[in-house]
Design a protein around this ligand. Structure first.
Ligand SMILES: NC(=O)C1=CN([C@@H]2O[C@H](COP(=O)(O)OP(=O)(O)OC[C@H]3O[C@@H](n4cnc5c(N)ncnc54)[C@H](OP(=O)(O)O)[C@@H]3O)[C@@H](O)[C@H]2O)C=CC1
Ligand SMILES: CC(=O)N[C@@H](CCC(=O)OP(=O)(O)O)C(=O)O
Length: 343
C-alpha cells in the first residue's frame, strides 16, 4: 500500500480525493490536514465517507507528511511552493492540485498570481500533469503540477487541431462554462445560492489566471505562440465544465471526426463521441472523463469542439490520482473506473 497524505482535506478537491481514494486498491491515506478542523473526524464532517476512514484532520506538518510516499496539495496557490521542496528532498512524490508549479515562466506566474515564487528550482523540475500530452515525463516526476479545470477541458479539445496545424493558431476562441464548486468551498458572496442560481454570467473577460496556462500548453503543442481569447462563465450547477471551442480551419475538409478518434484512441479518459453528439456535463459528473465532440457547421471553415469534464474529477482530484497511478507504475485507471452519475 502506498502511504498518502493530503494537505487541504476539507476543501472540495480534498474531499473528492478522499472519495475517489476510498475505492483505490493500492493506497492508504495516512495524513489529512486542515488548520480549521483540527481534531475533527473526516466522517463527522463528510458523512458520505462514513465507513471508509477512521482519520482525523491534523494541522499540516512536514515531519508527519514526510512519512508518506505521496502527498497531494489541495490548497490555494502559494501553499505547495513553500512546503513541497522539503518533502521532495526527503523523497516524497508531491502532486499539487493548485497553480504553483504549472507555469514555467515564473515572472509571468508572479504577474498573474500576485506573489513571488519561493521555489524556482523545484518549479523548473516540475512536470505538467496532462497525461494525454506528458505521460512519459509524468512517469519519472517527483513534483507534479496538475492542470487547472478550464485548462484541462480547453487543451484536450484543441489539441488534435493544434498538433496537426489545421487551424489558425493565432485566433483561438474558448467559451467555457463552470459550475460553482470551481470556486472552492471558502465562503464568498458570489457562491451563495441567491447570487449564483437562476443566472449565468461571464467573468474575468479581461484576463483570467488560466489564460497563460492554456496558452503555454497549446503553444508547446503548436511549436509557436498561440493567440487565445478565453471567456469563463459561472453557471448555476454544482459540478461541471463545458467548453465550446472555435477555430478557423486553414483548409476545410472532412475527416475531423476520424482525426479526433485516432488522437484519443488509446486514452482511457478521453471519450470522442459519435459524430453529431453533444456532450453533457451531467454525463461526466463524478467520473474521470473528458467527453468531446467535433463539428464543422454548414461545412464551413469554422470548427467547433465541445468538451465536457467534471471540474472536481478530470479537472482536479481524478486527474491527480491518474497522475499518481502513472508516477507509481500502477494501472492508470485504478480507482477511476466508475461511470458518471445520470441524471
Ligand atoms: N474547485 C475546483 O474545481 C478546482 C480547484 N483547483 C485548485 O485546487 C486547489 C484547492 O481547491 P478547492 O478544493 O476548491 O479549495 P477549497 O477552498 O475548497 O479548500 C482549500 C483547502 O486548503 C486548506 N488551506 C487553505 N489555506 C491553507 C494554508 N495556508 N495552508 C494549508 N492548508 C490550507 C483549507 O483548509 P484549512 O483552511 O482548514 O487548512 C481547505 O481544506 C486550489 O489551488 C484550486 O485552485 C484545481 C482544479 C479545480
Ligand atoms: C467557478 C470559478 O470560480 N472557478 C475558478 C477556477 C479556479 C481553479 O480551478 O483555479 P486553479 O487554477 O487555482 O486551479 C476561477 O475562475 O478562479
Amino acid at each position: 500500500m502506498i502511504k498518502v497524505g493530503i494537505v487541504g482535506g476539507t476543501g472540495y478537491t480534498g474531499v473528492e480525493l478522499l472519495r475517489l481514494l476510498a475505492n483505490h486498491s493500492g493506497v492508504s491515506v495516512e495524513v489529512i490536514t486542515s488548520r480549521s478542523e483540527e481534531g475533527v473526524r473526516i466522517d463527522d464532517m463528510y458523512p458520505n465517507l462514513r465507513g471508509h476512514y477512521d482519520l482525523q484532520f491534523t494541522v499540516p506538518d512536514v515531519e508527519a507528511l514526510s512519512e508518506c510516499e505521496a502527498v497531494f496539495f489541495a490548497t490555494p496557490h502559494g501553499v505547495a511552493m513553500k512546503m513541497a521542496p522539503e518533502l521532495v528532498e526527503r523523497g516524497v512524490k508531491v502532486i499539487d492540485l493548485g497553480a504553483d508549479f504549472r507555469i514555467k515562466d515564473l515572472e509571468l506566474w508572479s504577474q498573474w498570481y500576485g506573489m513571488e515564487h519561493t521555489s524556482p528550482e523545484l518549479a523548473a523540475k516540475a512536470v505538467y500533469g496532462l497525461p494525454e500530452v506528458n505521460r512519459e515525463a509524468i512517469k519519472g516526476a517527483q513534483m507534479l503540477a496538475c492542470p487547472g479545470c478550464y485548462p484541462t477541458a480547453t487543451q484536450l479539445g484543441f489539441l488534435p487541431l493544434i498538433e496537426n496545424k489545421l487551424i489558425d493558431h493565432r485566433r483561438l476562441i474558448a467559451d467555457v462554462k463552470s459550475g460553482v464548486s470551481g470556486a472552492g468551498r471558502g465562503a464568498n458572496i458570489g457562491s451563495l445560492l441567491c447570487e449564483s442560481s437562476e443566472s449565468m454570467k461571464a467573468y474575468a473577460v479581461a484576463g483570467h489566471r488560466h489564460l497563460p496556462e492554456i496558452k503555454q500548453g497549446l503553444s508547446e503543442a503548436a511549436g509557436r505562440p498561440v493567440g487565445l481569447t478565453f471567456v469563463p462563465h459561472l453557471t448555476p450547477m454544482i459540478r461541471g465544465i463545458h467548453a465550446t471551442l472555435y477555430g478557423k480551419l486553414k483548409d476545410p475538409t472532412d475527416g475531423l471526426q476520424e482525426l479526433f478518434e485516432a488522437r484519443y484512441a488509446d486514452e482511457p479518459f478521453v471519450d470522442v463521441m459519435p459524430a453529431g453528439s453533444h456532450p453533457e456535463t451531467r454525463s461526466v459528473k463524478g467520473a474521470n472523463i473528458c467527453r468531446i465532440s467535433v463539428f464543422r457547421p454548414q461545412n464551413d471553415d469554422t470548427v467547433v469542439v465541445l468538451s465536457a469534464i467534471d471540474n472536481l474529477v478530470k479537472g482536479a482530484a481524478g486527474q491527480a490520482i491518474q497522475n499518481m497511478n502513472i508516477m507509481f507504475g500502477l494501472d492508470e485507471a485504478e480507482g477511476l473506473k466508475h461511470a458518471g452519475m445520470m441524471p
